[in-house]
Design a protein around this ligand. Sequence first.
Ligand SMILES: Cc1cc2nc3c(=O)[nH]c(=O)nc-3n(C[C@H](O)[C@H](O)[C@H](O)COP(=O)(O)O)c2cc1C
Length: 185
Amino acid sequence: MAIYEAVLTTKWEDRMNIAPMGIRFVGSEAILLSVFKTSHTHDFLINTGVAVVNFVDNVEIIAKSVLGDEVFPWDPAEKVDGWVLRDAYMYFEVRSVDYKDIGSRGLFRMEILLKKTRRVPFLFNRASFAVIEGAIKVSRLGVYREEEIASFFRIFEPIVLKTGGEREMRAWNFLVSFLKKEGIL
Ligand SMILES: Cc1cc2nc3c(=O)[nH]c(=O)nc-3n(C[C@H](O)[C@H](O)[C@H](O)COP(=O)(O)O)c2cc1C
C-alpha cells in the first residue's frame, strides 16, 4: 500500500501540534495513520480523535515540523476542531473511526470528512525529496546509525545545492544545523 507524506495538524484544548506523517489510502474516503505512541500526535489523536491532513509543496514546513512545533500561518478547520496550514495546496479534515494497538505504534483509521484543494501544487524536484528523506533520518536518530545519517547528508548536499531553490536550501540547512549541534555532522 503506497504511503504518501503529509503534515498532520492536531489540536487538543488550546495546544496545537504539527508533525509530518505518512498516510495510506483505504479507498477514497478513509486513510490509515501509523503513529508512534511516544509522539504528541498519538496523544492528541487519542484525546480528540480528529486532525487535519495537510499536503504541502513547501518542504521547509516538513523539515521544521519534524523537530519542533513552530506554528505556521493557519486557518480554522470547518468540520473538526483543528487548524489548516495556509500553505497547504490540499487538505483533508479527518476523524478517527478505529484504533489498533500495533506495538510501538497506534494504527488509526480516519474517515475523511472534508477534502479541499486550494491550488495546483508547485513542482517537486530532487532537492525536495532529499529534504523529505533527510527529515525522516533526523526523526529517527536512535534508529539509523549516525554514520548512515552523516553519509546520506554528505551524498545529497551537492544535489540540494544544484537543484534546490531558496526554500529547499533553508530546509536543508535547518536539518544540517541540527545535526551539527548533535555532533552527527
Ligand atoms: C516525511 C516524514 C514522515 C513521517 N511519518 C511518520 C509516521 O507515519 N508515523 C510516525 O509516528 N512518525 C512519522 N514521522 C516522524 C514524526 O514526524 C516525528 O516523530 C515527529 O517528531 C512527531 O512529532 P510530535 O511528537 O509533535 O507528534 C515522519 C517524519 C517525516 C519527516
